[in-house]
Write a protein that binds this ligand. Structure first.
Ligand SMILES: NC(=O)c1ccc[n+]([C@@H]2O[C@H](COP(=O)([O-])OP(=O)(O)OC[C@H]3O[C@@H](n4cnc5c(N)ncnc54)[C@H](O)[C@@H]3O)[C@@H](O)[C@H]2O)c1
Length: 401
């Protein structure tokens, strides 16, 4: 069976390599540079190793393409394109729309169309299906389903095979075919009664994390004001064997999911006449953390950062990945610069970012650790500046959040 995966990023490439163990996969992406690299066996994401990719290519069951016409004849299409927020922090379905267009214009027969992109409940039924119908010149009786992706790039214990996968179709036939599709390479499939339940569950999983991270970030501020060690408090609370789940304070939330997905839920809630107050407040707390941290660093350094050389250590949004999307490091750099600091950054995993390269981990007046990768030792960080502020809890001996 020939399938197409629209979007060859973190989600699409991962699913493509797994699916190519069984199916013939067209990895469709609009970006010609990514497509060329993929066809040469160079993976641009953590979690898909060059050997995984080369294995898929050499099996003859994976090819990347920018040509919409390569989708013709596919029986299953998986949509895995970005679902960001627009300038007003509202859902932006531009990429989903362009994916629907390319699918509609190139399919030559009826297909099962599965959305894996994260979006608000109702996206499959009220947006994707109508968009594909609108763009199709020939009318085919397509089936539609949702199976939101839960992949955590860089994670080794849970992957496509062993992470339980939610799914539901718009029709019983779509549900059945979706189950058959994923059961060839996923061990644990969880059917829910409607696509809207699957869409809502995915949003709520990340909202749960966003709200709890904000709560613990607020606790960090309260603890500092009271002279209590927040991490010791959390470890102490974590000894309770039930009814408590530990989250850790940080410079904020980053990546494509946690800072974004809750706002999809808030938006659909507002349209339904309900205020998502927890989500709004959690966004405020998390987005304010960089400003709070810059304020603490300023206070500890004589009340002024004017002209001081500040090194931000780790600009990826989490350890051991090169992903800088929505990284709190960006807001922190802005906040420090606003206070007059001369800011540079070090991150050997990211390498280059916003047209600038990672600088040496030395020679600064102040270092602020946002993300600690395994390849950067705490000892090296401590030597990089006479004052080191650590938001990660991993650099013992530094001033802690
Ligand atoms: N990254 C994660 O950890 C993760 C986890 C779970 C769910 N998700 C969700 O999965 C979706 C995809 O996220 P991602 O991280 O893989 O994004 P990504 O930015 O890594 O990759 C998306 C790819 O889609 C391509 N693209 C955009 N529009 C296209 C189109 N019309 N046709 C073909 N290609 C197109 C882009 O060029 C890009 O290569 C999002 O909805 C995201 O919220 C992501």
């Amino acid at each position: 069976m020939k399938i197409a995966v629209i979007g060859q990023g973190y989600v699409g490439l991962t699913i493509s390599t797994f699916a190519s163990q069984v199916y013939e996969v067209i990895g469709f992406d609009l970006n010609p540079i990514i497509v060329d690299q993929l066809n040469q066996g160079h993976s641009h994401i953590e979690g898909v190793t060059p050997s995984d990719l080369r294995f898929a290519i050499s099996s003859g069951r994976y090819v990347a393409s920018t040509k919409g016409s390569d989708i013709a004849g596919c029986e299953i299409i998986v949509i895995a394109v970005p679902t960001p927020l627009d300038g007003n922090r509202k859902p932006d379905l531009t990429y989903v729309d362009s994916a629907c267009k390319v699918i509609a214009e190139n399919l030559t027969g009826p297909a099962l169309i599965i959305n894996e992109s994260t979006s608000y409940p109702g996206t499959l039924r009220d947006y994707i299906k109508p968009a594909i119908e609108k763009y199709s010149k020939q009318k085919f009786d397509h089936q539609y389903a949702i199976s939101p992706e839960r992949v955590d790039p860089g994670r080794e214990d849970y992957n496509q095979k062993n992470t339980p996968r939610l799914y539901a179709g718009l029709t019983p036939e779509a549900t059945k075919r979706t189950r058959e599709f994923y059961s060839t390479f996923c061990d644990n499939l969880v059917e829910v009664s409607s696509p809207e339940v699957a869409e809502a569950a995915k949003l709520f999983e990340n909202t749960f994390r966003q709200v709890n991270i904000a709560l613990v970030n607020e606790l960090a501020q309260i603890s500092h004001a009271l002279g209590i060690d927040v991490r010791e408090t959390l470890d102490a609370a974590g000894t309770k064997p039930y009814g408590f789940m530990k989250f850790s304070p940080s410079a904020g939330v980053g990546g494509h999911c946690i800072p974004v997905d809750p706002s999809y839920l808030a938006d659909v809630a507002e349209k339904a006449g309900v205020q998502a107050t927890f989500i709004q407040r959690a966004n405020e707390v998390n987005l304010d953390m960089p400003k709070y941290i810059a304020g603490r660093v300023e206070k500890d350094n004589g009340g002024s950062l004017k002209g001081k050389k500040v090194l931000v250590v780790g600009v990826a949004y989490k350890p051991n990945v090169a992903d800088t999307r929505e990284t709190p490091a960006e807001l922190l750099i802005n906040a420090l610069e606003k206070l007059g600091a001369v800011v540079t950054w070090n991150d050997p995993v990211v390498g280059s970012w916003h047209g600038k390269d990672s600088v040496a981990l030395s020679g600064a007046d102040i270092a602020v650790v946002v993300t600690k990768h395994d390849v950067v030792s705490a000892a090296e960080i401590l030597k990089s500046a006479p004052y080191v502020f650590d938001t990660t809890g991993k650099v013992k001996g530094a001033v802690q959040l």
